[in-house]
Design a protein around this ligand. Structure first.
Ligand code: HEM
Length: 419
């Protein structure tokens, strides 16, 4: 299946309605070549390092302060995770405040903390309106607020504001330039920057919430992950020390964590539930693995929902609603890739990133972001649920189809530095 570009495609219609961005005829909303260049290989490494610096700034800036050392801080787990991962990801992609204007690096970092907090606050408001906006069923008051928020983001992410930033990622910078070379007006490119913010920052934070929650509900998994991260840290010759430099989790270290990889994959199996919609370009017959055939007509739209079809299929993943941190590990401790249905090996045993032409180009960066955040949480903090008997919340079904699910309620937890 291909997304139709003949008339307005499904994704173009959605992007216009929810972000105010109108694409040119024949324009792929996301440029594949640029994503290949910047979200893989060397470009990915640079972004991952930038992410590390911002996570350190947001999570560890008060590490070493005597008062913070001993006291527990209480927060909502969803808010805490989404906040940090969103802000660090945003700074890694859209650039940080330069110390040239602020006087020194510490002041620049403090400004990044304040500004990214404000941006997150507005993002969450938009996030809550998003499902109804996408379905076109927001009441007038909600629509007004959604447009106010859109205008806020078009301005906050505008090229005029961005010019004053350092370390804008190659992905964002090139996406901007390519649209400019195509002759798109600046105002439309500002809107495009909001599309990219949404695509890149809406899913990773909520995914990290579920992973930490599953760990807090599963002491064996928590222990296995702590053991792995402590070993990787030790192997790198670093240690957590209030007077020393912050732990620098390098790209190489991130490649040595099969247990964490499995826990990330298991989390996404349970909570990433995108609906993948394609326009049918020509009459065709769709053949299913079980022999059934469906005739679909040119002009139809077809949606696939891998969550039900694959993720929670008990034949492929036994006991599918239980978090098993080692589900994607072989007995030898390497990545498990063989899953079966009716005796036949399944090619797609999870599809959190979609597939085909519009498969998530940010999947490698997203995985690294998640791993970096969890790694720092595990090596720096003790954290626990306020109510140890807390049940895992239901997912908020209003968001079915829009990537990673949100919980239907907040979960209280507390954290403090381990050292
Ligand atoms: C856990 C985090 C993430 C999840 C679960 C996720 C999932 C997805 C899914 C399901 C799609 C649609 C695929 C399709 O229609 O076939 C998608 C598209 C996309 N994602 Fe992600 N994503 C995540 C993080 C990211 C990050 C960090 C970035 C950027 C750095 C990113 C950039 C994009 C872009 C640009 C698209 C649109 C691709 C296109 O239409 O060609 N995503 N993502």
């Amino acid at each position: 299946f291909l997304i139709s570009h003949v008339k307005m495609s499904f994704s173009e219609q959605l992007v216009t309605r929810v972000f105010g961005y109108k694409s040119n005829n024949n324009e792929r909303i996301i440029n594949d070549a640029l994503s290949q260049k910047h979200l893989k290989g060397h470009g990915l490494q640079i972004m991952t390092e930038a992410m590390m610096g911002h996570l350190q700034n947001l999570m560890l800036h008060d590490f070493g302060s005597a008062a913070k050392q001993k006291t527990w801080t209480e927060d909502g787990l969803f808010n805490y995770c989404y906040n940090i991962v969103f802000r660090a990801g945003y700074l890694a992609l859209y650039g940080n405040t330069t110390s040239k204007t602020e006087g020194n690096e510490e002041k620049a970092k403090a400004k990044d903390r304040i500004e990214s907090e404000a941006l997150f606050h507005e993002f969450r408001k938009y996030d809550q309106l998003f499902p109804n906006l996408a379905y076109g069923v927001l009441p007038p008051g909600g629509r007004k607020e959604a447009f106010r928020l859109m205008r806020y983001f078009w301005d906050a992410l505008s090229i005029t504001k961005m010019r004053s930033k350092d370390n804008i990622s190659g992905w964002i910078w090139n996406m901007y330039n390519i649209r400019r070379e195509e002759g798109r007006p600046e105002s439309m490119i500002d809107r495009y920057m909001f599309v990219l913010l949404w695509a890149s920052q809406g899913n990773t934070g909520p995914s990290s919430f579920w992973l930490l929650l599953y760990l807090m509900k599963d002491p064996v998994a928590m222990e296995a992950l702590r053991k792995e991260v402590d070993m990787v840290l030790k192997g790198s010759g670093q240690e957590v020390c209030p007077d020393g430099p912050p732990v620098n989790l390098t790209y190489e270290m991130l490649m040595k964590t099969p247990v964490l990889d499995s826990a990330v994959e298991e989390t996404l199996r349970l909570v990433a539930a995108p609906i993948l919609t394609r326009s049918v370009l020509q009459d065709m017959t769709l053949k299913m693995a079980d022999g059934r055939e469906f005739f679909i007509r040119k002009g139809d739209r077809m949606s696939v929902f891998p969550y039900v079809a694959i993720h929670v299929d008990p034949e492929i993943h036994p006991d599918p609603y239980t978090f098993k941190y080692d589900r994607f590990l072989t007995p030898e401790g390497t990545k498990k890739t063989d899953f079966y249905k009716r005796g036949k090996r399944v090619k797609y045993y999870t599809m959190p990133w979609g597939s085909g032409v519009s498969m998530c180009p940010g999947r490698f960066f997203a995985t690294n972001e998640l791993k970096q955040f969890i790694f720092l949480m595990l090596v720096y903090f003790d954290f626990e649920l306020i109510n140890p008997d807390e049940k895992i919340p239901q997912i908020d079904y209003r968001r079915w189809g829009f990537g990673t699910m949100h919980p239907d309620r907040e979960v209280k937890f507390r954290y403090k530095f381990r050292y």
